[in-house]
Design a protein around this ligand. Structure first.
Ligand code: PCA
Length: 213
């Protein structure tokens, strides 16, 4: 099995992005899986282009995209991407789409095709906080998740894909008083646990990890 793991460059005035720092720590081989890491620009259109080009080159069986979610206190596999861009701040290329559909011909939302509950469980099992998230936001991360899932729907129906958001690093959180954080080494361990869950589970676990609000 070959899995492409993507991470974003820093954005919003940050010097680092914990997704990138953690993905750089991933081993190239894990339990018989080949892991390819890719840095992605934090820009609406280009992010999807760069990942689709890498998919064409590497032909992975699965794609796990990773991004920073400043303010979240847990590693959060995303259940669903929505067909909407609504940028609170400009991206790194200066783009700031407001209330724009990502694909006017696409469905309103696309569910992750990764075993998100198994991933949450696997991360918790190694003692790191994880939650199933029901929103990836409306910024570049949601855009990339939707773009890759839509690409798979149209051109690579057997390729599984999805997204995980990760907390600030402690160094970042120091500049955002009150914000939770996770050391980069722990974020990397959480991603390894998630990758193992992806390798081990074709179908997701039927466990109650839903939210009441
Ligand atoms: N997080 C942003 C974009 C890049 C990143 O790491 C997001 O959640 O949309």
């Amino acid at each position: 099995m070959r899995i492409l793991v993507t991470a974003f460059e820093p954005f919003d005035g940050e010097a680092t992005n914990p997704s990138l720092d953690a993905v750089r720590l991933l081993p190239p081989h894990l339990d018989g899986m080949q892991v390819d890491a890719l840095e992605v620009p934090t820009a609406f259109g280009r992010s999807v282009d760069v990942v689709i080009a890498a998919i064409g080159r590497l032909e992975p069986d699965a794609v796990l995209c990773v991004g920073q979610a400043g303010g979240r206190g847990a590693v959060t596999p995303e259940r669903v991407a929505i067909n909407l861009d609504d940028a609170r701040i400009p991206d790194n290329a200066g783009g700031q789409p407001i209330d724009r559909m990502i694909d006017p011909d696409g469905p309103p939302a696309i569910f992750s095709t990764l075993p998100v509950k198994a991933m949450v469980q696997a991360i918790r099992d190694i003692g790191i906080p994880a939650e199933l998230s029901n929103t990836a936001g409306t910024y570049v991360c949601n855009h990339l998740m939707y773009g890759v899932l839509r690409h798979a729907q149209r051109e690579r129906p057997r390729m599984r894909s999805g997204f995980v958001h990760v907390p600030y690093s402690p160094e970042q959180a120091a500049a955002h008083p009150g914000a939770p954080s996770l050391p980069i080494e722990d974020t990397a361990r959480a991603l390894i646990a998630a990758l193992r869950a992806i390798g081990a589970h074709d179908a997701d676990l039927a466990v109650p990890l839903g939210a009441t609000h």
